[in-house]
Design a protein around this ligand. Structure first.
Ligand SMILES: [Mn+2]
Length: 318
């Protein structure tokens, strides 16, 4: 499995004393959970390693674990960098390739070019946490209950509770193994992942009330700062809500544009049921999976152009 790339990864982890683990900007539970779990598992299995999970902390994912600051005396140019759940360095939060001695990527997003010194890509996996579990089990690494719960959290979240098409027998095997061995507290995991303030549910209703739907089954909405303020949500929460619009008969493909004041960019999240969208996203400064993609755009004209292209794709694929 993995053509022995996983063995090479373990070899590199053994080689370096200082290891930094990064993930994508605007993280989701799979990104953070894979980061925290890998950090803790490296510390548990290999003595005397300094391991840091970096990137901006997100308060609502604090239950997964907290981010680290790299101490001043750590020399990055002598350290190993592992990036998780992100196809390209342009989307990595807080690290660049040339700062580090050696770089490794572990990811489930499709990518057609080498990005790191060593890339472990499996775009048939439902989540980065699923790939990590295979690496851990293949190499007989020890894990504890907390890491098992984090890995399970990433799998559940990215597969949307085993609902998306990336869910496979392998996903269930891994989930079953985690449950079987580590006595995972499912109620706590689901509560942490899915309990939310009423304001967020009201914001969801606002989206459903205001989404535009074309005759081709393409739904789109542009979310603004005023909208977030009114419902007391942030741009990240808003864009992650795109998953909640699944299973609406009238929608075959749908996209949110959420303006991010901090980056001055429009973040586009796209989902579909059966319409392939990642090649469209790629032409508009984005990318992702066949049925779950995204993009970051600088102007509203670019947003309109992407929405038009997605509507066209819906029309073509009728
Ligand atoms: Mn992921």
């Amino acid at each position: 499995m993995f053509n022995n790339i996983d063995k090479q990864i373990i070899k590199k982890i053994k080689e370096f004393k200082n290891i930094v683990i990064a993930r994508h900007i605007g993280p989701d539970p799979d990104a953070i959970a894979s980061q925290i779990a890998l950090r803790d598992i490296i510390k548990l299995n290999f003595e005397d390693k300094n391991v840091y999970a970096i990137g901006i902390g997100v308060s609502k994912f604090k239950y997964i674990g907290t981010m680290d600051k790299i101490p001043e005396d750590i020399v990055k140019s002598e350290s190993l960098l592992i990036i998780l759940d992100v196809p390209e360095f342009s989307r990595v939060d807080g690290a660049t390739k040339d700062e580090y001695a050696y770089t490794i990527k572990i990811d489930h997003h499709p990518c057609d070019h080498p990005e790191c010194d060593l890339d472990l890509i499996d775009d048939t996996a439902c989540s980065t946490c699923e790939i990590l579990c295979d690496v851990i089990f293949n190499n007989d690494l020890v894990i504890n209950k907390v890491s098992a719960e984090n890995l399970f959290t990433g799998i559940v979240s990215d597969s949307d509770r085993f609902l998306l098409s990336y869910t496979t027998p392998r996903t269930f095997n891994i989930a079953s193994r985690l449950l079987d061995i580590y006595n995972i507290d499912l109620t706590k995991i689901y509560n942490d992942l899915y309990a939310r303030p009423l304001s967020e549910r009201k914001f969801e209703s606002f989206i459903i009330d205001n989404i535009n739907i074309t005759e081709n089954g393409f739904g789109y909405i542009k979310l603004t700062n005023e909208d977030y303020k009114k419902y007391d949500v942030d741009a990240n929460t808003a864009s992650n809500m795109v998953n909640d619009l699944n299973h609406i008969n009238e929608l075959r493909c749908w996209a949110f544009s959420s303006y991010d004041e901090k980056t001055k960019q429009f973040r586009i999240n796209i989902r579909s049921r059966g319409v392939v969208i990642n090649d469209v996203a790629q032409l508009h400064n984005g990318g992702g999976h066949k049925f779950a993609s995204g993009a970051r755009l600088n102007t509203e004209e670019e947003v309109d152009a992407l929405f038009k292209a997605l509507d066209e794709r819906c029309k073509e694929s009728r």
